[in-house]
Design a protein around this ligand. Structure first.
Ligand code: SAM
Ligand code: DTB
Ligand code: SF4
Length: 348
């Protein structure tokens, strides 16, 4: 079973980085799984431009194509979730205050029509989210499997986020062709209980282990701006990077403070703190796709470009995230072009 690692392995490599036999290439950054929280804190608090320089160097070595993946999101089952995540408008615990209406699971055909439209607009990954505590076997899960198969048949990557699941359910998702499973750790093990009380950090790690065991890529990241300390951010990154293998996909969200949720009055995050998180994630998980996720609407173009410079190489694309608004697609395409980057092309 995975546990948040506090390993104290010696640092033995060039540039202070330990070496691993699965190094991606001789001149690329080594993959480490023995990060100590003090080192991560030192990274997060180092002079900003030094941090960005270091992240940029890792990014250039490990990602030869300067591409940005466009991933589109769809909420396939909205609201009435029994979990009490304080940031989430979909929790049933805050439904009276948020006024969010519960919606039934969407039809497979409607979901696939959305996926086709996302592909047409330039997305190469389609992520489907259900406000479930856990997957339950039955007609709804069978429909999700059909959605996954349908998205894969469009030659898009398919990601789902459905809450906790069993080994058998992970196996069925793998057989359906699922590319990745999103299951965020959200924050540090220490701060977690301030945000969610209906499940534990260890529950999250157990689900991640099942996903990995089934051969599905892991999409796992977190949120900043929930009142956590910089030490908590360091511990989140440490826990993510000490997973072996690293998550292939690391979404970095900034809190969307939705009215009616307990975190509605959180002050906005300093965008430079987001740049720091992205840069540290890039340095610590060199091969991962680091996703500049929720909260982009509050960022200037310049702040977003700094995140892309610091190693982010994906954005959520489309006018909605799950239940909240996202940036305009035309603005996003212009941003990528103006930054001199290119959109990851669709498979032909
Ligand atoms: N129920 C599933 C679960 O918790 O894994 C899937 C859906 S959940 C909405 C997916 C992720 O979205 C959460 O883990 C959290 O990191 C992120 N998220 C949800 N609400 C957010 C908000 N208001 N601001 C930023 N990120 C948010
Ligand atoms: C992730 O880390 N962020 C996305 C995706 N994975 C599923 C979700 C963001 C949700 C933001 C709030 C909302 O729109 O409901
Ligand atoms: Fe439910 Fe996921 Fe929202 Fe938590 S984050 S309330 S588990 S939908």
């Amino acid at each position: 079973m995975l546990e948040p690692s506090k390993n104290a392995n010696p640092i033995n490599g060039k540039d202070g980085l330990a070496h691993d036999p699965r190094e991606p290439a001789s001149d690329a950054s080594p993959l480490r799984h023995d990060w100590e929280s003090g080192e991560v804190l030192a990274l997060l608090t180092s002079p900003l431009l030094d941090l960005v320089d270091q992240a940029r160097a890792v990014h250039r070595r490990c990602h030869s194509q300067a591409d940005v993946q466009l991933a589109s999101l769809l909420s396939i089952k909205t609201g009435a979730c029994p979990e009490d995540c304080k940031y989430c408008p979909q929790s049933a615990h805050y439904a009276k205050e948020t006024g969010l209406e519960r919606e039934a699971l969407l039809d497979v055909d409607d979901v696939l029509a959305e996926a086709r439209a996302a592909r047409q607009a330039g997305a190469t990954r389609f992520c489907m989210g259900a406000a479930w505590r856990e997957v339950k076997d039955g007609a709804a899960f069978d429909s999700v499997l059909a959605m996954v198969k349908g998205v894969r048949a469009l030659d898009m990557e398919a990601c789902v986020t459905l809450g906790m699941l069993t080994e058998a359910q992970a196996g069925r998702l793998a057989l359906a062709g699922l590319t990745a499973y999103n299951h965020n750790l959200d924050t540090s093990p220490e701060f977690y209980g301030e945000i969610i009380t209906t499940r534990s950090y260890q529950d999250r790690l157990n689900t991640l282990a099942r996903v990995r065991h089934a051969g599905i890529e892991v999409c796992c990241g977190g949120i900043i701006g929930m009142g956590e300390s910089v030490q908590d951010r360091a511990r989140l990154l440490q826990t993510l990077a000490n997973l072996d293998p690293h998550p292939e996909s690391v979404p970095i969200n900034t809190l969307v403070a939705v009215p009616g949720t307990p975190l509605e009055d959180q002050p906005p995050v300093d965008p430079l703190d987001l740049v720091r998180m992205v840069a540290a994630a890039r340095i610590m998980m060199p091969l991962a796709r680091v996703r500049l996720s929720a909260g982009r609407r509050n960022l200037t173009r310049e702040a977003q470009i700094l995140c892309l410079l610091a190693g982010a190489n994906s954005i959520f694309y489309g006018d909605r995230l799950l239940t909240t608004a996202n940036n305009e697609t035309a603005d996003d395409l212009a941003l990528i072009e103006d930054a001199g980057l290119r959109v990851q092309p669709a498979k032909v």
